[in-house]
Design a protein around this ligand. Structure first.
Ligand code: IMP
Ligand code: MG
Length: 178
């Protein structure tokens, strides 16, 4: 055993090289679309931090970064209430905002987060996600920039956790017993 998790990961879904290519692809798209606009990357913690760190370094344009921690109120989806655990420190009025997510699954949280940010009168809000899990979608939302598509398996690594662990895996894998 080299890593403590080696016996817990059943298979590798995206290798470090696969991830590098996905990040590079999205980085190129953003650099082209946001040239000259100094967008603000809104990183939704914790899962997106590793993707965001690599994504920023793949951009060839000026950008800024800020962080948010949010959670949804269980059972109150229709009210559109979102629990902001930690808010941005940046005024986003008039800014081009790019929400950076690790994975878009049901979309419930992101749907509300997008609405919240739009209420602050930015000039635009787009969503950039490393991975999209379309089969899990429950809210009417889609990402504007997507690194890759996944099925409905539960994956970990490269920021994605299971019970807060596995975020530090450099690749994305499927848990052995999932
Ligand atoms: P949703 O789109 O509101 O359902 O929430 C997406 C969040 O759920 C992501 O930011 C992840 O934290 C988590 N998530 C969804 N699918 C997975 C997965 O396969 N592995 C790890 N976390 C996941
Ligand atoms: Mg998570």
């Amino acid at each position: 055993m080299i890593n403590e998790w080696d016996n817990e990961i059943g298979s590798v879904l995206f290798s470090e090289e696969d991830i590098r290519k996905m990040v590079e692809k999205v980085g190129k798209q953003l650099s082209r679309d946001y040239a000259g606009r100094n967008p603000l990357l809104v990183v939704v913690l914790k899962g997106s931090m590793i993707f965001a760190a690599d994504l920023m370094r793949s951009l060839t344009i000026h950008c800024e970064v800020d962080f948010m921690i949010v959670s949804s109120y269980a059972g109150k989806e229709s009210t559109g209430i979102i629990n902001v655990v930690q808010d941005l420190s940046t005024d986003i009025a008039g800014r081009d905002v790019i929400i950076v997510e690790d994975i878009l699954d049901s979309g419930k949280t992101l749907h509300k987060l997008k609405a919240l940010l739009e209420s602050r009168e930015p000039s635009s809000v787009k969503i950039c996600t490393l991975l999209d899990k379309p089969t899990g979608r429950k809210a009417d939302i889609s990402a504007d920039y997507v690194g890759g598509i996944v099925g409905d398996e539960f994956i970990v690594g490269y920021g994605l956790d299971y019970d807060q662990k596995y975020r530090n895996l450099p690749y994305i894998g499927v848990m052995r017993n999932s």
